[in-house]
Design a protein around this ligand. Structure first.
Ligand code: FAD
Length: 380
């Protein structure tokens, strides 16, 4: 790219590549800067379940994110065919039931109450017991009292990001290797982006999509950006036939069969991991214990991989999406924690709309980064 880009996006995870996708589609000249490689962080290892109900591991439903998660799920539904046409990359999209087991009476009451209050949901939410349950997923632990059944879609994480990046590249987006170390406001309009090595780059608009490393931007912009890494480990299993028909999700742990033939068993949620990306023996043990509790018949599965990623988590567990206060032209997109693959479709479209049209069709008010920064500044 010889001319000055319209937008510089920092980070080539799902948020950075998704933003680049929508901006390129709107005709903007986009440069993505990535310190390592496309989807080298959480975006490349995620289980990538797009579960609109509970958006991730927890069946909540009443928080500000749930409506947004449902709307993002709808964007994924249209995006999957578009992405195949525009990139040629098969993202491994599939749909399957999700079983949320109850092993105790208290769990059964909670899940049954959830089923009653969501009886009109689409796709349906149902309470199942006995034979009806074993027919959905024969490999379930027969000690469970029953289970809530929801439905989810899923993709292959790395392929999804690759498809976004390739579709954007076909419209002129450029990805360049480089670690950003700071920003500077120019006297006129425009932002200077300083790299660890190489020349300073300039663009009228900059999007910070740096996952857990977003914490570093606090020093760049002199504001509170309370995002930190939460390590999540996964085991890759090769399961002898029959494969799991349903995803099983219990207490934040899950088993999910993927389109590439592997079954992912997860996951840990390590809030004190810092930026350490090595998986641990304790993580492996916890995941195996949970997996075999949910589906004891998987004891002959081969463990063929042990991977992990750092989820970007914010202080209030909600993402930061919108303009950076006091920095006209700079936007941040971070803190999507356990649901970034699901939330990416709408999050990145909204940020692109803000940049192109000045407003987004779906409000980002609940996720405004200013909720952390009003009246507070840190020395940069
Ligand atoms: C084990 C696990 C399972 C998961 N499962 C699911 C799931 O089932 N469903 C779901 O919806 N979500 C899931 N997630 C969450 C999801 O993966 C994340 O929320 C999402 O990937 C975050 O994307 P991101 O682009 O914000 O961050 P990242 O993927 O971390 O990308 C940030 C990028 O920015 C780059 N970068 C950082 N600093 C700089 C710099 N200074 N200069 C240049 N580049 C920089 C990094 O190298 C990185 O490539 C899971 C996560 C994990 C770890």
């Amino acid at each position: 790219m010889s001319q000055q880009p319209d937008v510089i996006v920092v980070g080539a995870g799902v948020m950075g590549c998704g933003t680049a996708y929508w901006l390129s589609k709107a005709g903007l000249n986009v440069l993505v800067l990535e310190q390592e490689a496309i989807a080298c962080g959480a975006s490349g290892v995620a289980a990538a379940m797009l579960e609109a109900v509970g958006h991730g591991a927890h069946l909540t439903g009443d928080d500000p994110l749930s409506a947004f998660a449902g709307a993002s799920f709808a964007v994924h539904q249209t995006l999957r065919q578009q992405l195949l046409d525009e990139s040629g990359v098969d993202i491994g999209y599939r749909e399957n039931p999700v079983i949320h087991p109850a092993f105790t009476l208290a769990e059964a009451e909670t899940l049954q109450a959830y089923a009653r209050t969501h009886c009109d949901a689409t796709p349906p939410v149902t309470w199942l017991e006995g034979q009806a349950l074993w027919e959905v997923e024969p490999r379930l632990n027969r000690a469970m009292l029953g289970a809530l059944m929801t439905h989810q879609a899923q993709v292959l994480a790395y392929r999804f990001v690759l498809a976004l990046a390739r579709a954007a590249e076909r419209r002129g987006m450029t990805i360049r290797h480089g670690a950003v170390i700071g920003l500077e406001r120019q006297v006129g309009p425009g932002i200077s982006v300083h790299l660890r090595t190489g020349p300073t780059l300039t663009a009228p608009t900059v999007v910070l999509a740096m996952g857990p490393w977003s914490a570093h931007t606090a020093a760049w912009v002199g504001l509170r950006i309370p995002v930190y890494p939460v390590r999540g480990q996964l085991l890759e299993l090769r399961v002898p036939d029959p494969q799991l028909r349903a995803t099983i999700s219990y207490g934040g742990m899950y088993l999910v069969a993927k389109a590439d033939g592997l079954t992912l068993a997860g996951t840990t949620e390590e809030h004190d991991s810092g930026f350490v990306t090595q998986p641990t023996a304790a993580g492996r043990q916890a995941i195996l214990d949970a997996a075999l509790h949910m589906a004891p018949g998987l004891d002959d599965a081969q463990v063929v991989g042990h991977i992990c990623g750092l989820r970007p988590c914010s202080e209030d567990r909600l993402p930061l999406m919108g303009p950076v206060p006091g920095w006209p032209g700079v936007y941040i997109l971070a803190g999507h924690f356990r649901s970034g693959m699901l939330l990416s479709a709408l999050s990145t479209r909204c940020i692109a709309e803000l940049i192109v049209e000045g407003t987004s069709a779906v409000s980002l008010a609940a996720f405004d980064p200013a909720r952390f920064t009003t009246g507070v500044s840190v020395s940069g």
